[in-house]
Design a protein around this ligand. Sequence first.
Ligand SMILES: O=C(O)[C@@H](CO)OP(=O)(O)O
Length: 231
Amino acid sequence: MNKIKVIFMRHGESEWNQSNQFTGWQDVLLSKKGIQEAQIAGKLLKKNGFFFDYAYTSMLSRAIYTLWYILKILKETWIPIKKSWQLNERHYGALEGLNKKKIRSIYSKEQIQLWRRSFLHTPPALDIKDTRYPGYDRRYITLNKNELPVSESLENTYNRVIPYWKNVILPTIKDKKKIIVVAHGNSLRALIKYLNNINNDNIINLNISTGAPIVYEFSDTLCPLNYYYLK
Ligand SMILES: O=C(O)[C@@H](CO)OP(=O)(O)O
């Protein structure tokens, strides 16, 4: 059986990963370590003979820059790159910008863990008058009000990522194109939940590392088989 390999990758470490702040849709840059992770990932992909016809990423700089570093190393900066808000990190609502450890003085560790890793719990919402509301960001100008989040559970994230996977990414794979998807911890958790049929209780245990390429293998009829981190 001829396996189809698709690369999924979470962006390299961001400045806010480093300072331990909730990030979500806030557009922060890669840290120095994050840039190195992206470059190492590019070299690893090159060494393992990967090449791409098409790339997918989010509207957020940390994912876009990660992809650029990889494509630069592969000498494939010329391939089409499709950037979409559906691949963005989950919106972290009013938590965006706050320190993940410091909020333990306000909320219990268990509550924070449910917001961060459960499927159904939604972090406290942003007020739409808040300057962090994505409606004020020009890059989301084409989104209607229902699509602009004020906070998202993993379920809400899943509900935008999976239709995008089915309607946009999958047809490209069916068309025999080699693809790479550079996205975020929670948009990728949603995607892997779907592909691996992980139930709502078990998804709490799935974490995705920064800057590490994941090889996802599909059968020639596009049935999800398994995945592993490229070593
Ligand atoms: O802050 C975020 O946007 C994400 C990813 O860094 O955090 P978490 O690991 O809590 O989902």
